[in-house]
Each structure stands twice: as structure tokens, then as C-alpha cells.
Design a protein around this ligand. Sequence first.
Ligand code: FES
Ligand SMILES: [Fe+2]
Length: 437
Amino acid sequence: MPHFEKPAEGSWTQHYPDLGTGTISYEDSISPQHYELERAAIFERTWLNVGRVEQLPKTGSYFTKEVDAARTSIVVVRGTDGQVRAFHNICRHRGNKLVWTDFPREETSGTCRQFTCKYHGWRYNLEGDCTFVQQESEFFDLDKSDYGLVPVQVDVWEGFIFVNLDRANAVPLRDYLGKFAAGLEGYPFGEMTQVYKYRADVGSNWKLYIDAFAEFYHAPVLHARQYVSDESSKLMGYGFEGLHYEIDGPHGMQSSWGGMAPPKDERIVMPVDRILRSGNFGPWDRPDIAALDSLPPGVNPARHRTWGLDSYVFFPNFMIVIWAPGWYLTYHYWPTAYNRHIFEGTLYFVPAKNARQRMRQELAAVTFKEFGLQDCNTLEATQRMLESRAVARFPLNDQEILLRHLHKTAGEYVAAYLDQRDPPHTARASVAAPGGG
Ligand code: FES
Ligand SMILES: [Fe+2]
């Protein structure tokens, strides 16, 4: 049975008294009005991870990112000076989407020397300056230097490219990401360049999928078929206990045990796992790179002997999962409506040196897909019944602490936004007037 410890004083949740232990409402996941507030309060104001620097290998490399929740598309590009910049993907002439390939709503990527609008041929350089206007002399007092692309704040942390659509108020990225990100600095993300990526259009609120990946309490039940049957009934009997849970500002993390990579007893895994020495915890053998010999303090922060993975939830919609056998995963959840989102799950490995290593990665990738599908299906079932509003309050256990924190944090962003939009003192002044006059 996995070994675990709880903090000295009380449970994980009670370690953070602000979270409370009461039942929670899922109204924040089924209300179209609340979603409109989240768009403005969260997705137009926080740092969002849109990709990695490996996607921009050279001058002129670019990719676009649809940020539906902020009703925009962003183009991210590496300039002639090597700098990564981001712009709203809109032409200054008549508002056409500047960069897209075959389908205007789909993301694209490539390399170019400049961006040319498909509509009337205006051009922009990699730094966003407008460099060419078709039949310029026919415009009225038009000065091209006034018509550059609209910049978006961008910053890079450990190779992860973030944008922030709030030009006025964004805090510096590192301050926003806080101590969890600081603790991960130095992990060899940049050496894990073999990427396997899945994308799914999921019929649930974005927070529900984070909920599913922010706790492993469901794993022995929902994913029972991923184990050989003896083992799965044993796991069901044990239940699941995480090793460590922690919260920092809007972000959260957990560590879990990792008895399956390699498993203590090989009989518990599927024959294909045994033959390839890989599976849902990734290839069993760590890649041979020096940076994995001394891990930064944010990896296995509680220094557990049975450690298998860390799962970091960076608010609002970005997760990094670091696995003991030397690979990592990212998850993104991009809302498109109150009850829909695009999920992206991406696996990153040190490039394979031979066919056997490659097969191990492929097995980890297909196993991950199977898990992801099991989780997705459940979410659509959950969303549908939450929307019935037949039940209003739901209990969360101690290991569901990160969900409790996520919904509370999202709610606080909305409340802060409303306070700013409709300052409470205006309301209070009018209420106070009758008594005070
Ligand atoms: S809209 Fe882009 S050139 Fe006219
Ligand atoms: Fe799951």
C-alpha cells in the first residue's frame, strides 16, 4: 500500500482555513451569465500559457492561438532580433483576421518574412509595423506608422510562452506564477522536445476538466480497466491517497506515489506494458540526461521516497505534470462557452534514440489518450446533470482540495472584477443614505 503523510496539524484542507470544508455550488459551471463574467475577470486579465519556445525555432517562426474566452486570436512570432512578440491577429485596415490558413477559425503555424493580409494586401513586419499599404496614396492622411499590429503583453518562463490581454494592469509573469514556478526552474523542459499532442472539443465547463485532473481520488474507480483485474479490485479496496498537497495564491499542486514505473510487481500491469517497459506512468527507464540527476526543489517538494509525479495547477487553465521517469505533460483548457471547452493534452519526452524508446513513448501516449477519453466522457455526463439543477450543493473530500481552491479562486476573480466594475461603495452609499441622512 502506498505510504503517505498528512501535515502535522490536521488534514490537507484544514491546513488552509480560508477554503472551509462546506459543500460547494457548481452554479459557476452551469450559468451562461457567470461565464460571461469569467471571460472578463479571468481570461482577459491573467497570464495564459499559449505555447513553448520550441514552436518558434527561428526568425519568422509564428503560430496563432485562438483565445475564444477573450474573443480574440493571437499571433505569436519570433522577430529578426530573436525576441518573441505577440499581437492581436487583426489587420488594421478593415479588421480581417491577419494570419490563418484554410479555415478562418483554426489555428495555424509556419515561418514567414512578413505578414500579408489576404483581403487587400496590407503588410506587417515581424515586429508588427505596418510596412505596406496597397494604393496608399488613395487614403486620406494615412501614416503607416500609426497602423502597426496591436501588441499583446508576452513573457517567457522556462521556455513557456505566456500572454496577458490586460495591457494596463498585468503583474509581472514571475510574480504571478509565484513560488511553484520558482521551484521548478532548472527542470530540463527544454530537452524534452519530442511532443505528442491531443486536442478535444469537450461538452463541459472548463473547470470541470481541471477538477478531474486535480484529484486522483477517481483513478481506481473510473480508470479501473487500465489495470489487470486483480490489481484493479485491490486498488479499489485501498482507494487512493496523495502524498502531498499545497496551495500558493491562485495556484495549487499535488504529489502522488508512482508504484507503476517500474511497478514493484510486474504482474499488476498489462502484458504490453511489461514487454515494452512503459505504460500510463511513461517509459519505466529514465532518459540519460544529466539534468535529471539533480531535480529542482519544486519537483517532489515533500521529498517522498515513493514519489511518482507532481501535478501543478497554474490558474486559470494550465497544468504541468512532472513524472518521476523523466518526462512531462501539459494540459490546457480553453473555454468556448459556459458548457464547452477545448482540451489540449501534450506529452513531452527527451527524443528517442532508437525504435524501442520510440515505442515506449508511443505506448505512453496512447495510454494517456485512453485515460483522457474516460475522463472526458464522464465530464459531459456531469455537465448535463449539473445543468438539471436537481442538486445544488456538493460535498468535497480532503483530497479534492485543489478543486475547492480552483472554484473559490475563480469566484474571487469574478467578485474582484465586479467590485471594480460596480464599486460597492456606490451601492452602499445609496443604501446608507436613508439611515445616515
Ligand atoms: S482588411 Fe486587411 S488589408 Fe484590408
Ligand atoms: Fe482521470
